[in-house]
Design a protein around this ligand. Structure first.
Ligand SMILES: Nc1ncnc2c1ncn2[C@@H]1O[C@H](COP(=O)(O)OP(=O)(O)O)[C@@H](O)[C@H]1O
Ligand SMILES: O=P(O)(O)OC[C@H](O)CO
Length: 591
């Protein structure tokens, strides 16, 4: 068969490593996607795409592959992995995030689906162009931004309003009211999450109360609720035709409707949030890897291919990093930043502001594994804010270069509390605040302070994790778009006094879902997590960032950060934001 896959990249045919795999990656403002640059960087860092080191490989039609949909907050992508967990073809599309009012964050449900379907088509075309056969793709996995809430009509399969995205804070007054209700104090023990604007429960409750079409569908028993995984799986299966309405345990653990111990919906939780399950169809909770629960792709180039696995994106990254043992942790720097620490097969309820969540649950024959999680609402979205709102630069990687153009933060601290502050602070009355501006302040200082904000929050999470678990982490596996910034990773190592380990292949989120799907598919060698871990052990080229900074300087910087956090409290007052209380309609976003 035609074509050789070279170690230089996926693309021996034109000799341009990876670039052909990223041809359409365009930012919303028309610039080449960051990921194009990121991936080429990753390659230059020593990542090799082949099955073994230093050789060329012939296309072999006995090889098997797994596809993975990664539907993130900033972009959708589809990556096809070979049996060595190396990506061989990929397509990524950035889509529009909508901010119709201060504190509101919407996405169009069909844009999420359409970009996913287009990525599947284009990546598969690239795969076939390399000489492979579509039939070599044995299964597809799904991973997704979590908590984002979608309502649709179960009779028609049509969305009823825009998706309310996870960092949205329109529910803050509702949350304040709920905190005073009897039973509020028991919620975290039951479901692992603190009551805040973050989970799906308050988003759904708000949509039922304030969006006419959702309320009407609820009263008429036509309402279907889902997070992004459920919406995509339902639609990829053809919607009402097969009516596959499911979610995996990891995604369900982010709704506040699921009991963390039984991993099923809990009436106490549903009652607390006034959700009557006879009026709204909730997705069935199924294991993250399953040969039959997720159906198959109904149309398009991969019609008939089984969907074998599904994981919320942060769980997926933990699996992709092979964090299978209690005590292992990973931190993913995407739109937000999420540190997951594997605590084993019993959930640990945090006393210090972290979340308890399902790490992964591979169903029959294996126990569910839990994690402590530290969630930071703003990471890469702070970088995007500098690009899109302040016009600092054109591409994310340039923000890192801009930050490097100054020696330090020049006395600036940027509390990037665009959605209040999440873990471990849970401050809902803060908004983004920059302290320390003088005539000396340059754009470089603001860029640097933006990157540092994520590192400081990660440090606060690591401190909380140490207190909850009694163990100090010495090494942190990282991934996600913002982990491409060497400056950020070095700052993280310095600020947290920890070794930061960055793998050359940073598509670990997509890889996790591919592993879940591969384990459910016939004819694949990934039969167990041990097999996968063994295969990954032989890979190398992890880049380690070691702490080098002067400890006194770090202590001063961190003390300033903590002072700034305290000073950012209380900006939001109840009467503020008395804007119109209705979710954005689909029509509004189409005009
Ligand atoms: N070199 C870089 N320096 C800083 N931020 C970056 C860099 N490359 C990408 N990012 C940021 O990473 C985010 C995208 O990361 P990704 O993991 O794809 O996110 P998501 O899964 O949330 O869609 C964007 O917000 C982007 O601004
Ligand atoms: O889009 P990401 O990668 O920042 O992930 C979003 C999280 O799943 C939200 O909980």
């Amino acid at each position: 068969m035609p074509g050789l896959i070279t170690e230089d990249g996926a693309n021996g045919a034109n000799g341009a490593p990876y670039t052909n795999n990223y041809t359409n990656g365009a930012d919303t403002n028309g610039h080449p996607s960051d990921q194009l640059n990121d991936y080429v960087d990753g390659h230059a860092n020593g990542y090799s795409n082949g099955a073994s080191n230093g050789s060329t490989r012939e296309v072999n039609h006995d090889d098997w592959f797994i596809g993975s949909v990664d539907q993130g907050t900033t972009s959708s992508r589809f990556i096809i992995f070979n049996s060595w967990a190396d990506p061989v073809a990929m397509h990524q599309i950035e889509f529009e995030n909508l901010y119709p009012q201060s504190g509101w964050h919407d996405q169009a449900p069909y844009e999420l689906l359409d970009t996913v379907e287009e990525c599947i088509e284009k990546a598969t075309e690239k795969f076939v162009a390399l000489g492979y056969l579509k039939s070599q793709i044995k299964a597809v996995g799904i991973t997704n931004q979590r908590e984002t809430t979608i309502c649709w009509d179960k009779n028609t399969g049509e969305p009823l309003c825009q998706a309310v995205v996870w960092p949205d804070t329109r529910t803050k007054d509702l949350v304040r009211e709920l905190k005073n209700r009897p039973g509020a104090e028991k919620l975290t023990e039951l479901c692992g999450l603190p009551l805040s604007t973050y989970p799906s429960s308050v988003k759904l409750m708000w949509m039922i109360k304030h969006h006419g079409e959702v309320s009407k569908a609820y009263e008429e028993n036509r309402l279907a609720f889902g997070t992004v995984d459920s919406w995509l799986i339902y639609k990829l299966n053809g919607g009402t035709e097969r009516n596959i309405h499911v979610t995996d345990t990891t995604n369900a653990s982010r709704t506040m409707f699921m009991n963390l111990h039984t991993r099923q919906y809990d009436d106490q939780l549903l009652n607390f949030f006034e959700i009557d399950p006879t009026k709204v169809a909730l997705p069935k909770i199924v294991p993250s890897s399953s040969p039959d629960a997720y159906g198959s792709i109904a149309r398009g180039t991969l019609a008939g291919v089984k969907i074998g696995g599904c994981l919320g994106d942060q769980s997926s990254a933990l699996v992709g990093q092979c964090g299978f043992n209690a005590g292992q942790a990973k931190n993913t720097y995407g739109t937000g930043c999420f540190l997951l620490y594997n605590v084993g097969t019993k959930p640990v309820i945090s006393k210090y502001g972290l979340l308890a969540t399902v790490a992964y649950d591979f169903g029959e024959g294996s126990e569910a594994v839990y994690a402590l999680e530290g969630s930071v609402a703003v990471a890469g979205s702070g970088v995007k804010f500098l690009l899109n709102n302040l016009g600092f630069e054109r591409d994310s990687h340039r923000i890192s270069a801009l930050a490097e153009s100054v020696e330090d933060n020049g006395g600036l601290v940027f509390v990037t509390a665009f959605s209040g502050l999440f873990a471990p602070y849970w401050i809902d009355d803060a908004k983004g605040t920059i302290f320390g501006i003088t005539q000396h302040t340059k754009r470089g200082h603001i860029a640097r302070a933006t990157l540092e904000a994520t590192c400081f929050q990660t440090r606060a999470i690591l401190d909380a994790m140490e207190r909850d678990s009694g163990h100090k982490l010495h090494s942190l596996a990282v991934d996600g778009g913002m982990s491409n910034s060497d400056l950020t990773m070095q700052t993280q190592a310095d600020v947290s006094d920890i070794h930061v380990a960055r793998p050359p292949m940073r598509e670990t989120t997509a890889l996790g879902a591919a592993i879940a799907a591969g384990m459910a598919a016939d004819g694949c060698g990934w039969d167990s997590l041990e097999d996968v871990a063994e295969m990954m052990r032989i890979k190398d080229h992890v880049k380690i960032f070691k702490p080098v900074n002067d400890k006194k300087k770090v202590a001063r910087m961190y003390a300033n950060w903590e002072r700034a956090v305290q000073m950012s409290r209380g900006w939001v007052v109840q009467e503020e934001d008395d804007g119109p209380e209705h979710a954005t309609s689909i029509k509004q976003s189409q005009t």
